[in-house]
Structures are given as C-alpha cells and as structure tokens.
Design a protein. Sequence first.
Length: 176
Amino acid sequence: MSNHETRSALLVIDMLNDFVLEGAPLEVPSARQIIPEIKKRISEERRRGSLIIYICDAHEPQDEEFKVWQPHAIKGTPGARVIDEIAPQKGDIIVEKTRYSGFYKTELEKILSDRGIKQLVIVGILTNICVFFTAADAVMRGFEVIVPKDCVTSIDERDHQFALLQMEKVLKVKIV
C-alpha cells in the first residue's frame, strides 16, 4: 500500500439517477456537464490508490426531507443508484446518507479514520448543499479538503459561486 493510498479519498456526492438523468425528480441539468471531468478524476484517483467513496442520498419513503424537497433517491429504487457512467467498482465504498452532510449519522468518519485518511477530494452535486455541508463537516473534523471546481455544480450559478467562495475563504478548502 502506498502512502497516498492510506491518506486520500475521493468522495463522489449524489451523482444519482434522481438528480442527473433528464426528467429526474430533482434534475440538475448541469450535473450532466461535469460527468466527463468526474470520470477523469475517478480514474486519476484510482491510479493514485485513493479510496473511492460514493456518498449517496438514500431516503425512506416518508423522510423528513420531503417536507423541503419532493421525494427523491428513495432507498432501493433506481433513482437512488449512482449513474451508470461512473458506477462504483469492486473495492469502492457506498455511504448512504439522509441529510446534506455525508458525515451526519453515517459511518463515513469511521471509514476514513480506520484507513488513516487525512485528505479528501470532493466532487459531485450540489455545490451549495451536499458538497458544501460535507466539506464543512470534513474541515471541522480536521481533514484537508480539495474541491475541483470543474467537478461540482449547482442549480443556480450564484449559489454555486457563493459556495465555492465560502469554502475557499471561510473553510480554507483548496479549490482547484
């Protein structure tokens, strides 16, 4: 095992059918535009020996979140699956979440700690919601966080830019 392998993980956030596919319940049209860059980043991180972790919404049918957002990514449905273009491979880890942060009431912190991971590269959607809150929680837990700006997007460009700026200026996330 290389030193990098024990220290770095790529978090792929919510690149799910119910967000990415055309006509999906919570469609994010710009998500389709970042797929090629995310594919490249996944390949690069695999070559480096990084752990690949998919952070995925997985809601129960009566989830509290559906008071804010229409039903989406219901556990066990096709909509809750990672899009085919970047589907998990053997050895990758899937962490199911029910709130914005990939750390909230999940095993993510334990998975990272058990493997000695110190650095997280975060890609996916939405920059101002799940990417932002996962990055914030990661920073507060002492991780070095990198967000490649060509691998994240949001529904609204202003929200996207604001979140990138907040992550960079307030959280000291490295935006590349």
